[in-house]
Design a protein around this ligand. Structure first.
Ligand code: GCU
Length: 339
């Protein structure tokens, strides 16, 4: 047998062995998979952020824990990037059980559950630690349960950091906001806050903010560092003014219509998974805040630090919003501020 023939035979044998090994592995995989019980429930979870965003990763963590702890009986499919609709569309669908779970911003939720407004008042918390003391305590539990009478079960709080203004021209003092068109969430409180600062609010859904800035429909918007970076807004609004006007927490919710069909034991499992996912999300959040800031600054974003006296002027201008939205809740507002 020639040397060439020997080499050819060795090659054919190697290829055959590899093919057999792959076929065997595939059969084993199918065998194992077919043994996994079919889920009893398959639910959708709505998230309007991108796949790699802390809240989406938190949602996936929640879904994985739930699957594991119910031995595959409850399967939750996380749909990110607003695939299931805007936050307000999602809330409407949850009210009749069309979507089982979601994570939403309190600003949007408060449009349906007005009692939540207190939690998004400007300059309510001094720091992230202050906000978490409140949310992790009795006050937080009390607010988490408020959506229930509106058909939504509050499961756990997620972090969304502090919101700041960003714009196509610098904002260094209150007067710079005069007459500026500023994008806000579809929220009355946010719109009133902008008007109180002397600017014009434009309610625009999150997914449309980039093009509104790019086309000059608005000259500014406001959000945290991760949203500013993740949605690419830093490419079209190059000035980021650190005024930290709000810290708007987010809530992981379940549709009550769906919730009521689950056993007490399953509800407890889901609650525990949601709470654990919240701790995971908070950890991811603080890392992402730093990395997003770095990305934006490396791309040439100018960060503007408001002077203390200017920050005080922003604060005073927005204080009129307190009396309009917290008239009957002034006690709780003061309690939170001093907590
Ligand atoms: C944050 C929040 C989103 C919200 C967005 C907005 O990014 O996480 O849920 O939609 O703000 O400004 O609309």
């Amino acid at each position: 047998m020639s040397k060439e023939t020997r080499i050819l035979i060795i090659c054919i044998l190697t290829a055959l062995t590899a093919t057999l090994a792959v076929t065997f592995a595939a059969c084993r995989y199918l065998q194992v998979r077919s043994k996994a019980p079919a889920p009893e429930y398959i639910f959708f979870y709505a998230e309007n952020q991108a796949a790699d965003y802390p809240t989406t990763l938190g949602a996936q963590y929640f879904a994985d824990l739930a699957y594991e702890r119910t031995q595959g009986r409850i399967k939750i499919l996380v749909k990110h990037s607003a695939e299931l609709g805007s936050e307000s569309e999602v809330l409407q669908q949850m009210s009749y059980g069309g979507i089982a779970f979601a994570r939403v911003s309190i600003s949007q939720l408060a449009e349906y559950v007005p009692e939540m407004n207190v939690l998004q008042m400007p300059y309510l918390y001094d720091s992230s630690e202050h906000m978490w003391r409140v949310l992790d305590g009795e006050i937080g539990d009390d607010f988490r349960n408020k959506p229930e009478s509106y058909g939504l079960v509050g499961m756990s709080w997620y972090d969304a950091g502090a919101r700041n203004f960003y714009s196509t021209k610098p904002i260094e003092k209150l007067e710079d906001l005069e007459g500026m068109n500023i994008r806000v969430q579809e929220s009355e409180v946010m719109a009133d806050m902008i008007s109180a600062l002397g600017a014009n609010p434009a309610k625009i859904v999150y997914s449309e903010v980039y093009s509104a800035l790019e086309q000059g429909i608005v000259e500014a918007a406001e959000n945290n560092w991760p949203s500013y970076e993740s949605m690419g807004h830093y490419k079209v609004a190059k000035y980021y003014t650190l005024d930290e006007h709000t810290r708007v927490p987010e809530l992981q919710l379940a549709s009550k219509v769906i919730w009521d069909t689950l056993s007490e034991a399953d509800r407890q499992i889901l609650m525990d998974c949601a709470k654990e996912s919240s701790l995971y999300e908070r950890q991811l959040w603080s890392e992402r805040e730093k990395s997003s800031r770095k990305i934006a600054q490396a791309a040439g974003v100018t960060t503007i630090n408001l002077s203390l006296s200017e920050k005080q002027r922003f604060r005073e201008a927005m204080s009129s919003v307190y009396s309009k939205y917290c008239g009957e809740d002034m006690d709780i507002l003061n309690q939170i501020m001093e907590y």
